[in-house]
Write a protein that binds this ligand. Structure first.
Ligand SMILES: [Zn+2]
Length: 373
């Protein structure tokens, strides 16, 4: 039997540099920086010829990652089919991140969090588009010309609320896509009382991937122009952040009564939400809405904490470059960033939990619907 182990990152969202294959089942790897920015954290790669090998995969420069400390207490994700994911034994000594695994198949993938390739989104959008209650639109194009998709669910009409969900501004935060997938599946479900009630009173707008270039290139944080899109909302530009220009444009057209911007957090071990407490226009009304929403979601999901946030911004000092702050200020509405953990934490967080959070977030939205305005 021939034994040839090989590592590559020739995948949608793939990212790793192979420094060397050593004899046996060991490989020395390093993190690849974002395509136009010097940020390292995300990895997603494939090993072939791995069956029954005792793999030892060392990412030798993990100590220089953007959030290197967050690799403590972290275990990488593995998958044979990019569908079902599991955690693998992972050690971090402050310098090297070492994955040790004995695969059951010749081909195995490893990722910082469960990868979500764009062809999976395309397949999902094809299903969405067949539903009589949904439309799939392209509202603009990324720096490299990839479409920015918008899914519209439900019929507009007098008095209807406009609810928005966005994911993947930060392309390495793939849990955002799993969350969106869970939410969309529920919004398409027949005979779901939550969906029926929501679409009876609201139109739901979903921006499933605001950073398709970064998602394709395997960037962690930035788009093809090297911009952190979640710092572009106050003044998006055609050259640097057309993705946000498109999102803002369609929000201005439709209006916004609620915005959930879905992200991942490297250090946390539970999901949590961040509000708009630093915005100049922040009010007691918005504070009540934020608390109500976070408590409602925490009651439904053990892995979601209503307590954790980044510490309140000082009044009036909120960063309006950030999506949820800008939208909250512009539309005077409930507007939150949902952060989900890369770490598994006590809830065993992974892509299934992210999808579940997407589904149950709709219940929390429904509970807030009557008091949004
Ligand atoms: Zn983020």
């Amino acid at each position: 039997m021939i034994i040839i182990m090989h590592v590559d990152a020739d995948l949608c969202g793939g990212s790793i540099v192979v420094s060397g294959h050593r004899p046996g089942a060991e490989a020395e790897l390093s993190l690849r920086a974002d395509s136009a920015a010097g940020i390292r954290q995300w990895f997603h790669f494939r090993v072939r010829g791995a069956l029954d090998a005792r793999l030892e995969l060392s990412i030798v420069d993990a100590g220089q990652a953007m959030h290197a400390d967050a690799f403590r207490g972290y275990r990488a994700l593995g998958s044979y089919d990019l569908e079902r994911w599991f955690r693998v034994p992972t050690d971090f000594d402050g310098r090297r991140l070492v994955l040790r695994h004995r695969p059951d198949h010749d081909t195995v993938h490893y990722s910082y969090f469960a990868a979500y390739p764009l062809d999976r989104l395309s397949a999902l959008l094809a299903v969405v588009d067949r539903s009589p209650r949904a439309r799939v639109l392209s509202i603009g194009a990324s720096v490299e010309g990839r479409p920015i998709h918008l899914v519209v669910l439900g019929e507009d009409g007098p008095g209807k609320r406009r609810l928005w969900i966005a994911g993947r501004q930060h392309p390495g935060e793939t849990m955002g896509s799993w969350f969106v997938e869970g939410a969309l599946a529920r919004l398409l479900a027949e005979d779901d009382p939550v969906t029926d009630a929501l679409l009876g009173e609201a139109v739901v707008y979903v921006l499933p991937n605001l950073n398709p270039d970064g998602s394709t290139r395997g960037n962690f944080r930035t788009n093809a122009a090297g911009r952190d899109l979640n710092r572009e909302w106050h003044a998006p530009s055609r050259d640097g952040s057309p993705e946000i220009l498109a999102a803002r444009g369609v929000m201005e057209q439709a209006g916004v009564d609620l915005f959930l911007d879905v992200h991942g957090d490297e250090h946390a071990d539970v999901a949590f939400a961040i509000g708009c407490e630093g915005n100049p226009g922040f009010s007691e009304r918005l504070h009540d809405l934020e608390r109500r929403f976070a408590r409602s979601l925490a009651r439904r999901e053990g892995g979601f904490s209503s307590e954790l946030d980044y510490g309140s911004d000082d009044p009036g000092k909120g960063d309006l470059r950030i999506g949820n702050n800008w939208v909250g200020e512009r539309f005077d509405c409930l507007s939150m960033t949902i952060e989900m953990p890369f770490k598994e934490g006590p809830s065993g967080f992974g892509p299934d939990r992210a999808s579940q959070l997407g589904r149950s977030s709709l219940e929390a939205v429904l509970e807030s619907l009557g008091v949004l305005r």
